[in-house]
Write a protein that binds this ligand. Structure first.
Ligand code: PLP
Length: 393
């Protein structure tokens, strides 16, 4: 198959391996090699590869109805919206196909709300190092330094401030501000928590100023941090919430949720051919049911603590830094730029991990990953560290 690689546009550097099959925490390539997967489609396959509830939901829905146009209601779409309302406390949903599209929708909803309720306010305060997707508006809302000069001119209206700096947020807020948008834990930046106190302060500030708080929980949502949504650790609700990745458990499904008072879209303002199609929303229902089953999230918390302890031991042995994150969204600070070399050597040793920055590794396994798989991952990583990133003298 190697010969046909160049039929694809270059958008990333892929290893010359073709994956054929996945099962739980394992991926199998065309040469029959197996890989322990602690990336899981970038925190997407929250139940692992081809999990039974997801496969069954797709198999049952496919012969029934795959698509009937977003201009009609369909059964899984309505049921998923109702289930998300009950789970989140946010009254309404709009379904999308990717996280970026959900965030585009959030930006549009906030701008419309600003037009209707705040005299045309349209700016959305965002954060350095934030990541919200790869459409032009979501790239503009992101604070990724490497994107600063890419695809200029960007979409205006996204002033940036440092994460955790409430005074900077306050200073950035003016008459034109409609909302503040952030990830509770910045995933692509290297698993950088915004901080619980900062998030609570932001909620209070946005409420006091009469503007919207938008949480991008595309990476932190659907149980990733040990609660269904990260904000549930904190005891408040955002005005707008975006979900993606784990919501479909591997299929393209994302959602924009909002409080009733914020939902000011009128017919024709928002839409898309595949939005809310029954096949994807049936998948979402199966994922939501599994993740909210009794004991599931407690398992995420326990496995997260187990992985954290293992990484801390590995860190101490190899002279690395702190482990940060929550639940099963964790990063190990390496203290030296050995991340890419570790990722490559790990892959050669049959382990898939990710280095969002050269000095850190990110771990986002399936939420139902077993302790023996965590042990196996740590053993492979330990071996690879000794070979590729020995303790500095
Ligand atoms: N927002 C966050 C926090 C993400 O981590 C991502 C993807 O990594 C996105 C948005 C974009 O989602 P998608 O790649 O599905 O468009």
């Amino acid at each position: 198959m190697t010969a046909a690689f160049d039929a694809l546009m270059t958008i990333t550097h892929r290893p010359a391996t073709v994956f054929l099959r996945g099962e739980g925490s394992w991926l199998f390539d065309e040469a029959g090699r197996r890989y322990l997967d602690f990336v899981q489609g970038w925190a997407v396959n929250c139940l692992g590869h081809s999990p039974e509830p997801l496969v069954r939901a797709l198999a049952e829905q496919a012969p029934r109805l795959i698509n009937c146009s977003p201009a009609f209601y369909n059964e899984p779409m309505v049921r998923l919206a109702a289930a998300l309302r009950a789970a989140s406390g946010l009254e309404r949903s709009f379904f999308a196909n990717s996280g970026a599209e959900a965030n585009e929708g959030a930006i549009k909803l906030a701008r419309k709300w600003g037009q209707v309720h705040r005299g045309g306010a349209h700016e959305i305060v965002t954060f350095d190092q934030g990541f919200h997707g790869r459409t032009l508006a979501t790239m503009s809302a992101s604070g990724k330094a490497a994107w600063a000069a890419l695809f200029e001119p960007k979409v205006p209206g996204f002033p940036k401030v440092p994460l955790g700096d409430l005074a900077a947020v306050e200073a950035a807020i003016g008459e034109r501000t409609a909302a503040v948008l952030l990830e509770p834990i910045q995933g692509e930046a290297g698993v950088i928590p915004a901080g619980d106190d900062f998030l609570k302060d932001l909620r209070a500030l946005t409420e006091a100023k009469g503007m919207l708080l938008i949480l991008d929980e595309i990476q932190t949502g659907m149980g990733r941090t040990g609660r269904l949504f990260h904000y549930q650790h904190l005891g408040f609700h955002p005005d707008i919430l975006t979900l993606g990745k784990g919501l479909g458990g591997g299929v393209p499904l994302a959602a924009l949720l909002a409080r009733e008072a914020v939902c000011c879209f009128e017919a024709g303002d928002q839409g898309g051919t595949f939005n809310g199609n029954p096949l994807m929303t049936a998948a979402g229902l199966a994922v939501l049911k599994t993740v909210t089953a009794p004991g599931f999230l407690e398992g995420v918390v326990a496995t997260g603590a187990y992985l954290t302890e293992g990484l801390q031991r590995l860190s101490a042995k190899n002279g690395f830094g702190a482990v940060r994150g929550r639940g099963l969204l964790l990063a190990l600070e390496l203290g030296r730029p050995v991340g890419p070399a570790l990722v490559e050597a790990a892959r050669e040793a049959g382990l898939l991990i990710n280095a969002p920055r050269p000095e850190c590794l990110r771990f986002m396994p399936a939420l139902n990953v077993g302790r023996e798989e965590v042990d196996e991952m740590l053993a492979i990583l330990e071996e690879v560290c000794g070979a590729v990133a020995p303790m500095p003298a």
